[in-house]
Design a protein around this ligand. Sequence first.
Ligand SMILES: Cc1ncc(COP(=O)(O)O)c(C=O)c1O
Length: 548
Amino acid sequence: MMSVEKRTKSVDLSHHLSELSKARPISPLKGLMKYFAQPGILALAGGLPSPAYFPVSDISANVLVPESFALSPTESSTSSMSWLWKLFGSHNATKEKTQAVTVPKYPVVKGEINLATSLQYGSAAAQGQLQDFLKHFISEVYRPAFEDWTALIDTGNTDGWLRAVTTLCNPGEGVLCEEWTYPSAIASMLPYNIKPVPVAMDGLGMKSDDLENLLSQWDPVSRQMPRPHVMYIVPVGQNPSGSTMSVARKKQIYDICVKYDVIIVEDDPYYFLQLGTYAFKDDRSPSATLSGKPSADESKQYVSTLAPSFLYFDYEGRVIRLDTFSKTIAPGSRLGWFTCNPVFAERLERQGETSAQAPCGFGQAVITKILTHWTYDGYIRWLRGLRTEYQQRRNFFIDCLAEEFHLHAVPAVAGVWEGCSVYQASSKVKKSARMTEKYSARNRTMFSFVPPVAGMFVWMRLHLDQHPSFVPGNEDTLETKLWTKLAENGVLFAPGWIFAANAIAEDSDNNDSGHFRISFSNAEFADLKNAVTIFGRVIREFFQEEDL
Ligand SMILES: Cc1ncc(COP(=O)(O)O)c(C=O)c1O
């Protein structure tokens, strides 16, 4: 990994602020907030209820220990059983190991998280202990290349993106994004008349040469919009494609964004689910793991194995990074944070304080307590355990596909998977003589996929042109037919078209149909196995590889 030795202050990028954002005044009451923090101030200015009337005296929680999940599939874990046990339904065979934590109403130790402060009106930036934790976390994990970065909490990346896009974009503008992307991100900007501008992808995510061509040849007249100055990107465990961007590609994209003065909004919920390369069950070798105890050395070593954030290259302060606790603690916590330059942070904070004001105090209090109880090294240990859990899920799901289908790996030379080894799936030759004859006669590729190296999804391309009744143009009908058949048989996949960047834009002309996004993150292992068996039966029937 290249290192950025010298840190400088962010450059002035205030010309990117939208008219809406520039027009936003400071909330008059929130402007008084800094005085509330002054020791000894007799604060009679706000409409603050007395904490004596908060009906909660303390919040206690039993919290899993950071080393709850094993670091390798073979190591026993204190709270999660191996998938084999899960497969046979023995959930309670071992007991979870927890520790009790309490958030008191009033601080016992000065500065510690307490309900009198957390449940009170307060600053939109974050409670003190959470701010301190995040600052330490960002400087250890992401190591931004500019000096004056700021952390500001939000209610997760959905909120973060909406605030970022309306802070930066005016109606009629466009946002650069991957050609396949997270649909909610598009849905949140469309009503503001801010349109997606898709950039082609390959196996590493957004293509830098396509980005350069698009920006250098931009014609505002034919495009009917100015050259985009904002990018929305999901660089790790990309949703839906599962791709993860290399260090070199990130640096290229960053440099292009400097050249064309583009702000990068890095939406990175899957950063800690970097799962490594998939290998077939028989080819898997046990990975060498560190001891598994939280420690500064182990944290450092682990963090150095992760793909760097765009912040790592960001010597100008043109990245707004969105982090969330949704995938690492719980989505219902509705807590996340921005890391960005102080000018953007101030405008984003102003926007937050006139809508949600601040993320819910109960959630902030509990999460801050968990994090400070675990400490930074404990949280990193927790994240390492989660990674192994999702890695086992990914492996298990693809192992199931390998059992159900014949998988043949071929290198992709073009398209969304360029540079990757693509697994092409065809029917397995069955034992019965009748079927053997039939399968060997047909044996076509029904679908293909690249095992994801991060995230929660397998992105599957259906080879609809191999379908007996395929004619160019009827892909949508075939995709819907298969999707419906699967749903009727009790298996729900996400239809691919909803992830096309321009799918729900008014001028949608996307016709790249024939994809499913399959999530391996949540179902019981037995259900994953069942789903693959049903999928196998339905897709073979669909391709008329099997008579049911
Ligand atoms: C790319 C992406 N961004 C954002 C989110 C939502 O994040 P949050 O729960 O923090 O709003 C998701 C959730 O699936 C996602 O995949």
